[in-house]
Design a protein around this ligand. Structure first.
Ligand SMILES: CC(C)(COP(=O)(O)OP(=O)(O)OC[C@H]1O[C@@H](n2cnc3c(N)ncnc32)[C@H](O)[C@@H]1OP(=O)(O)O)[C@@H](O)C(=O)NCCC(=O)NCCS
Length: 182
């Protein structure tokens, strides 16, 4: 196994709609890799490259509409990680946003990229006046440790919330983070 690369070798970007469209193949490959490796992130093992690409084109539309901030992490190989900040549009929740699709390609994990993406997403949420963040994740996934380590509060797990890519049921664990100064 190669020695882990330093996080300083990683560039974090925020993509506009055109850059998102251009990045669709790379983003679809990250999603395919995560699903193939058993992550419960909205897709099943039988989903195809076309499904993943369609998903990212919809994200590009959300970026164009201002509802989604899309983050990517890039190393010498290209885009290897991504995360999204969804700016909740409800008039009574102007202070809230959701974190979604935190994905790092399996060949680039355990280098601090997931943490760096989360820290950047939280910083941008603050800049946008969104100081209450919410997310959910597979109860058995490695992301659960990441969110706890970053100071997110675990609310609880809803059993049978979703399916794993192989069809097995899995619970979803819900977290929030209050970004207001203590
Ligand atoms: C969850 C996920 C995004 C984490 O990405 P990542 O880039 O590996 O995250 P990090 O490197 O910041 O942290 C992962 C682990 O590597 C460790 N690590 C970080 N830098 C390291 C380094 N240089 N050397 C060794 N270990 C390191 C961290 O301490 C952490 O340890 P943990 O397993 O005890 O939590 C990634 O595993 C993934 O994409 N999973 C599949 C998709 C998924 O489930 N996403 C969540 C949807 S809500």
């Amino acid at each position: 196994m190669n020695a882990p690369a330093a996080t300083s070798d990683i560039a974090l970007d925020i993509l506009d709609a055109a850059a998102t469209e251009a990045a669709v193949p790379a983003l679809a490959e990250i999603l395919r890799d995560c699903v193939t490796n058993g992550a419960s992130v909205g897709f099943m093992g039988w989903n195809t490259a076309a499904d993943y690409e369609r998903f990212w084109r919809d994200v590009a539309a959300g970026v164009a509409g201002g509802q989604i901030v899309l983050f990517t992490a890039r190393n010498a190989d290209g885009i290897v990680g991504t995360a999204q900040l969804h700016l909740v549009g409800k008039p009574n929740q102007p202070h809230r946003a959701e974190i979604a699709k935190v994905l790092v390609h399996s060949r680039a994990r355990r280098q601090g990229i997931g943490e760096a993406l989360m820290r950047r997403a939280e910083a941008v949420a603050r800049e946008k006046g969104r100081d209450l963040l919410v997310l959910d994740t597979d109860e058995n996934g490695t992301a659960r440790r990441l969110y706890s380590r970053l100071g997110w509060t675990e609310v609880g797990t809803i059993p049978r919330y979703a399916l794993m890519p192989d069809g097995a049921a899995c619970g979803s664990t819900f977290f929030y983070k209050d970004l207001r100064p203590a």
